[in-house]
Design a protein around this ligand. Sequence first.
Ligand code: GLV
Length: 336
Amino acid sequence: MTASASDTSGKPRLFLTRRIPEPGYSFAQEAFSVTGGERDEPLAREPLLHGVAGAEAVISLLTEAIDDAVMAAAGSRLRVISNMAVGFDNIDVAAATKRGILVTNTPDVLTDATADLTWALMLSVARRVVEGDRMVREGGFQLWSPFLLLGRAVAGACLGIVGMGRIGQAVARRALGWDMRVVYTRISGPLAAGQVPAGARWQYRATVADVLQESDFVSLHVPLDPGTHHLIAARELGLMKPGSFLVNASRGPVVDEAALVASLRSGHLGGAALDVYEREPRLAVGLAELPNVVLLPHLGSATVETRGRMSELAVRNAIAAVRGEPVPHAVNPEVL
Ligand code: GLV
């Protein structure tokens, strides 16, 4: 730590773009001289550019774009941008690497919470849970009927997973309880035999198209990058089985949302369940009017336990980076 990067407390300067949960928030106050983070609301561009000036570490959230201009505004003391999220598409990692700034993220600690929410989405859309809840609240429930809000069976169906990383695998593990066959595709090829749990029926497919054509439920678990933007567009939706369901708890722009609305309107897809949106928090025209969609406000990792672990890990990443210690989760370790 250089003397100029710290205040009179001798602690390095950390800029928090937004309030983070405990215990990370207190942990940050102990280790750093903290500015920012007083409020839980997205930071506008000007206060962001102003706030980062002179910071040695920045903890960011996925609601702020951390691009080269932000890094330039921070100045030469900036050592680390610690994102409190597993995804880091809000950060220009190439620009950070060029400037020798470390980028870190918070994987692992949110895997189970996100996999659980994926299942909540899948079960909700298949069994029309939200439609049913709405009907009861609105006084529309008369009496049991053999035809009322019939959904589709999840048990025994085929689950397709696009992106079989940590979260994809956690979603697939849960499918064992539903006796589902899982087909998956993965950029780095099939999983090793030892990575497949005993009794699981996981089958690798070489292409996304293969997964789409075979699955009753398709769940997306890829990061957002130039190669996955609109990975699921009109052509891909057309490859999905009639009546099948699309679940997205990854990043909104992975799906062409207007094409999804068109596919749902045409009756080709059985339904969709989304936690994320192409132009978050805005929705594609017509999406909210469709009955067979479940829409959540980006809650993948939203449990008290998980958000606590994420905040702690984001601070641990930042501390390790400024102290020159081994960093738990570096996105661009080549700068070290
Ligand atoms: C949430 O979306 C995350 O990337 O952690």
